[in-house]
Design a protein around this ligand. Structure first.
Ligand code: NAD
Length: 439
């Protein structure tokens, strides 16, 4: 049954009180419902992702469906331990008392998602919200309508709207929802909209998780394993056509190995997307830009860089009708917008450095990134960067894979985000740590 927004919110408030005392078994039943629905409807999810983003079935399996399945399985396995009150010892002044930390559900939660991983970025926070005993209103991105409708179908088949509900709509509807006194708001999207969400949350003093974006750098040292680095950079940059929040945004490579790296990157792009020499546009593994607006934004950034003197060393073919942009590698970049805003597309600028101190200085001058990747065989080099800079997460000699580790917190810092997701960190994000002292 559908309710008007105010009534839906009121019903969820009522339900959230009922859910407070649910036990681990009650919550696991709900998680299993979602798991079984996904396993049964895998091809529907693949089709919707293919229609909205041109993703191949394999890519959808790896980056969306598998991510959600493993998040659910991990939560089912660990929920009992997460929910158990933590006993804390008493200080001398309170000897004789016993103290506990309870993870209580926050209450009514709002989850707003972006379009780039439109299924997993609504489902994963939902898993954490349900595991923590909350109700939730889900708002998918309006830019991926097939997935949005599918999420609505899934939730309406599994839950009463008083517990979990989907509201599909654009900015106007989201603005209306943000005015309601949610207990927690979990937003994934751009830094600029994150500020709007946090401002709205402040009116009701709702707690927030902001999973935002930014420019995630890759640093390649003189002694890095170049073929290995190139393979990992190409895979992580061009999966989903660069439309990944933690995709490498730009490379900072030691000037002595720049040419070797460029050669290795080109080799890997051809190997991954043009093995039969028919052109990358024919590759089934290479997706498309989400819409014309983002296509025009990317071509605009590219044109400005080229006019100012950036050199295209690979790729650059594009076709607005099919929203296809070939992977592009750029060198000799002047000051331009490509080096200021998050690229979020298949354009890979390469900058050089001479001394590690210059890298540290440059990284500390920029906003703190969501992720940072360091390729080096020198522990001293990696540690220098790790300890002297800040980022939401770091991979050494790899890219992206920290996202899939269930025991690592995922999230940004300041401009790239507030709060952490995944596994126990996600559960705690949707929980209030209640201090209890028994005398
Ligand atoms: P976006 O900020 O434009 O939109 C995100 C969501 O906010 C959408 O559902 C949109 O409808 C909604 N929205 C837009 N304007 C709003 C407003 N004024 N009030 C309330 N809601 C509003 O982001 P996007 O273009 O969908 O996604 C790309 C961005 O998301 C990139 O910056 C990327 O780095 C980031 N991202 C971050 C993560 C992460 O986990 N940190 C994951 C994926 C994407």
């Amino acid at each position: 049954m559908e309710y008007p927004i105010q009534e839906l919110f009121y019903k969820q408030q009522q339900k959230s009180i009922e859910l407070r005392s649910t036990n681990c078994k009650d919550r696991i039943i709900k998680l299993k419902l979602i798991l079984n629905w996904i396993l049964k409807n895998r091809s529907l999810i693949q089709n919707a992702l293919s229609k909205d983003l041109g993703k191949s079935a394999e890519e959808s399996d790896i980056t969306e469906i598998y991510m959600v399945i493993s998040e659910i399985r991990y939560a089912i396995e660990h929920l009992e331990i997460w929910m158990h009150p933590k006993i804390v010892s008493a200080p001398l002044t309170l000897i004789g008392s016993s103290s506990y930390i309870y993870n209580e559900p926050k209450g009514v939660c709002l989850i707003i998602a972006p379009w780039n991983y439109p299924f997993s970025l609504i489902a994963c926070p939902l898993i954490s919200a349900i595991a923590a005993g909350n109700t939730a209103i889900l708002m998918p991105s309006e830019l991926t309508p097939h997935v949005a409708i599918l999420i609505e179908k899934m939730i309406s088949e599994l839950f009463d709207p008083s517990e979990v509900s989907v509201l599909n709509g654009g900015v106007d509807l989201k603005t209306k929802l943000l005015a309601l006194p949610f207990n927690h708001i979990y937003f994934t999207g751009s830094t600029s909209i994150g500020k709007i969400v946090m401002t709205a949350a402040a009116q009701n003093l709702a707690s927030v998780t902001l999973e935002l974006g930014g420019k995630s750098p890759v640093i390649v040292s003189e002694c890095a394993n170049i073929p290995d680095a190139a393979r990992k950079i190409v895979w992580s940059k061009f999966i989903n056509v660069g439309q990944t929040c933690i995709a490498p945004d730009y490379i900072l490579v030691h000037e002595k190995v720049k040419d070797k790296l460029v050669e290795a990157l080109i080799y890997q792009i051809k190997r991954m997307y043009d093995e039969n020499h028919l052109g990358i546009h024919t590759s089934k593994s290479y997706g498309r830009i989400v819409n014309e607006k983002h296509f025009d934004r990317l071509i605009g950034l590219l044109d400005e860089a080229k006019i100012k003197g950036a050199k295209v060393v690979f790729g650059g073919n594009h076709d607005r009708n099919s929203k296809f942009i070939e992977p592009i590698i750029l060198c000799d970049l002047p000051d331009c917008k490509l080096l200021e805003e998050e690229i979020f597309g298949p354009v890979l600028p390469i900058l050089t450095f001479n001394k590690v101190e210059d890298v540290v200085f440059k990284l500390n001058k920029n906003p703190k990134p969501l992720s940072m990747y360091v390729f080096s065989k020198s522990k001293k080099f990696s540690e220098n960067i790790l300890l002297n800079t800040s980022a939401g997460g770091v991979c050494i000699n790899d890219c992206l894979v920290h996202y899939s580790h269930p025991e690592l917190p995922f999230g940004g810092v300041n401009g790239s985000g507030i709060g952490k997701a995944h596994g126990q960190f996600g559960f705690e994000e949707f929980s209030n740590k209640k201090a209890v002292l028994k005398q």
